[in-house]
Design a protein. Structure first.
Length: 209
């Protein structure tokens, strides 16, 4: 199976607790999603390769490290994934952003892709796919299939809350993908919502019902 890391940093866990609260309003919810995404991105980019350069300081010349190799791209799964973009871009402002729109068919519960716009050089980049929730895994699986068809070989998936069913499905479909997750919850209910979860992330980010 693919690599999975549960990011148990106290700040991430504290902010997830605030996200879960049904009384947390849209403004605060949106800010929390962005903040959590930034903290998670810090961990997800921990293994980026470095190269040594020389920099002239006001005192002397320092041998120091900068990121080397391939550049990054973030791909949010619309629409809830948009809530994580601001946070990750604060951390990596030079990254490019693609968008994949997917909705779950209310009858079949299958993923239906309705939009895809990726950077023209996406195949030259390491890609981090972001979506607050990993429930059944169908949207993440479909999005990653699409990204792979564009020639991308280095892909990570980052979510805030996951269900065991979604993790299992994603690992089976894409065993080469590293998954970064804030917390793994108990299960999916009959409506395929994560329990205890936080409700519909898209509705809570954008104030819709």
């Amino acid at each position: 199976m693919g690599y999975i890391q549960i990011l148990d940093h106290p700040l991430i866990q504290h902010k997830i607790s605030l996200l879960r609260d049904k009384n947390t309003g849209t403004k605060e919810f949106k800010e929390l999603v962005s903040e959590i995404a930034m903290l998670m991105c810090y961990e997800a980019t921990r293994n980026l390769p470095l190269k040594e350069i020389e920099v002239e300081t006001p005192i002397s010349v320092a041998k120091t490290n900068v990121i080397s190799g391939r550049k990054l791209a973030f791909v949010p799964i619309l629409r809830a994934g948009l809530g994580m973009v601001e946070g990750v871009m604060e951390l990596v402002p030079a990254a490019k952003v693609g968008h994949i729109g997917i909705y779950r068919d209310p009858v079949t519960h299958k993923a239906v892709e309705y939009y895809c716009k990726l950077p023209s050089d996406i195949e030259e980049r390491d890609v981090i796919v972001v979506d607050p929730m990993l429930a059944t895994g169908t949207s993440a699986i479909d999005a990653i299939h699409t990204i792979k068809r564009h020639g991308v070989t280095q892909i990570k998936f980052m979510c805030i809350i996951a269900a065991p069913e979604g993790i299992k499905a994603l690992q089976e479909a894409h065993p080469d993908i590293a998954i970064y997750c804030g917390v793994c919850d108990e299960r999916l209910n009959d409506q395929l919502y994560i329990v205890p979860g936080l409700g519909d992330a898209g509705d809570r980010i954008f104030g819709t019902k």
